[in-house]
Design a protein around this ligand. Structure first.
Ligand code: GSH
Length: 201
């Protein structure tokens, strides 16, 4: 399999971590959604990373759809997202919040990095950051300093999405050490694990 995208992207890194947790061999083509737009479009017409090229040549796009396929391949009963019921709903809810936090944080970053200074609208930037911070604070409130994982007493997709969202937020200046200390402790612990450490950009 070929993973297309840089691990600086939380969506790409989420897939890379999942592949490593599942022990699925893959190569990576470290393309950026912006700097390598033309080449990215040959894999995903939308021009976004990640894309995953399967061994049969089929290309999957969007981290959620890619991970759904990896879960199916792994076996739903051994996947990082439980296959049914309240456990599945709980993990998907955290994952949705954390992916949404990434969307909002990146909208803020895009407005800062891609708009000329005179066109930048600070209230919009602040609102995006506040939405991302609110979602992160909700997950911080769920975390328990005595537990290495958020839910179910084991690593799930909730932890992986929280990890990549916290990393992105910190990079954009959200002080997670003081504002979300339990979430920060969780991500520090996860960083000790190989799939997280080895995918650090
Ligand atoms: N919902 C998508 C989001 C993917 C996404 O927004 N990727 C960013 C990189 S972090 C990108 O390629 N941005 C370029 C663009 O939107 O033009 C997913 O989960 O894969």
């Amino acid at each position: 399999m070929l993973l297309v995208g840089v691990n600086r992207s939380p969506y790409t890194r989420r897939v890379a971590i999942t592949l490593r947790v599942y022990g699925m061999p893959f190569e990576q083509r470290a393309l950026s959604g912006f700097a390598d737009r033309a080449e990215v479009r040959t894999r995903n017409p939308l021009g976004r990373i990640p894309a995953l090229v399967l061994d049969n040549g089929e290309t999957l796009i969007d981290s959620g759809a890619i991970i759904d396929h990896l879960d199916e391949t792994r076996g739903r009963d051994r996947a990082l997202t439980p296959h049914a019921g309240a456990d599945r709903r709980a993990v998907l809810k955290v994952a949705a919040m954390m992916m949404g936090a990434c969307d909002k944080a990146l909208q803020a970053a895009y407005s800062r990095n891609h708009m000329p200074p005179e066109k930048q609208h600070l209230p919009w930037f602040d609102d995006c950051i506040a939405q991302a911070a609110s979602a992160l604070a909700a997950v911080d409130a769920m975390a328990n300093l005595n537990e290495p994982y958020l839910l179910l007493g084991r690593l799930t997709q909730a932890d992986i999405t929280a990890f990549v969202a916290e990393r992105l937020a910190r990079g954009l200046g959200i002080d997670t050490d003081t504002q979300m200390p339990k979430l920060r402790a969780l991500t520090r612990g996860l960083m000790e694990e190989e799939p997280f450490r080895s995918t650090e950009p």
